[in-house]
Ligand binder design. Structure first.
Ligand code: 6PG
Length: 253
């Protein structure tokens, strides 16, 4: 169960997005200063859109050394990049197309393989290459992973009750659709890869998230019911950014 100290509540989605974008920019600056590059996994869904839009424009865009940033996706719908359901497509249109990133710095999950399983294997190899780690060893530590929370408590494409929640020996796997739209196959980071990150930040807005947020913070929902409860970076920081609507079910704040 996440600690209540991991939580910050904002008046609305705009205030949350402003904070999240500033957090991203600061993490990028500090990490590049300390280690020379910044590796980040973006999330899909609607909650991060305001954050991406802010990162794409002044003043934040100009304060980031984009040449040292490497962009991954924490999960993807198995559709072409120009499909309106593509997480990469959304990230491109709001952020990636507007900042100076070279092609080799943007690492989307492939969706042109024959199956989502092959895409997952290929993406694990991409991670292994960029982090210079063997693909069958411990997962790499991304500097920042952004996540959303589904109305059913899922995160990335780790859905309630699915076997993917208990995969501990792979970094990236395929997943059949969950119960929420869109009903397409997915490719997703696993818990070992999520929990290896230096920092994980949840972006959560809207009243539909109030019940899963309450259940996760009160510890009444386990990983099988609300997968986001399984995100606890082993050596990293965990931050939940909520708007008032998403936080409305919490008793203690
Ligand atoms: C996806 C996601 C998913 C998303 C949540 C929350 O591909 O849909 O990456 O995990 O973050 O479903 O989505 P919203 O922000 O739209 O509520």
């Amino acid at each position: 169960m996440p600690d209540i100290h991991d939580l910050q509540v904002f008046s609305d989605g705009d205030a949350l997005a402003a904070h999240a974008a500033a957090l991203f920019a600061q993490a990028a600056r500090e990490t590049i200063a300390a280690r020379g590059r910044f590796t980040v996994a973006l999330t899909g869904g609607s909650s991060p859109k305001g954050t991406y839009e802010r990162l794409a424009r002044p003043p934040l865009a100009g304060g980031i050394d984009w040449a040292s940033v490497f962009i991954f996706l924490g999960d993807e719908r198995f559709v072409p990049p120009d499909d309106e359901r593509s997480n990469y497509g959304m990230c491109r249109s709001l952020l990636l197309d507007h900042v100076p990133l070279a092609p080799d710095q943007v690492l989307p999950i492939p969706t042109n393989t024959a199956t989502p399983g092959e895409a997952a294997l290929a993406y694990a190899k991409t991670l292994a290459r960029v982090f210079a780690q063997p693909p069958d060893g411990p997962p790499p530590a991304l500097d920042l992973i952004l996540l959303g929370l589904g109305d059913d408590g899922h995160c990335a494409s780790l859905f309630p009750g699915m076997p993917t929640l208990h995969i501990n020996d792979r970094w990236v796997v395929s997943s059949p659709p969950g119960t929420l739209p869109p009903p397409v196959d997915r490719v997703t980071f696993t818990f070992p890869l999520l929990n290896a990150a230096r920092q994980v930040v949840f972006l959560v807005t809207g009243a539909k998230k109030a019940a899963p947020v309450r259940d996760i913070f009160e510890g009444v929902a386990g990983v099988d019911q609300h997968p986001a409860a399984g995100v606890h970076p082993t050596n990293g920081a965990l931050t939940w950014l909520l708007d008032e609507a998403a936080a409305s079910g919490l008793k203690n704040r």
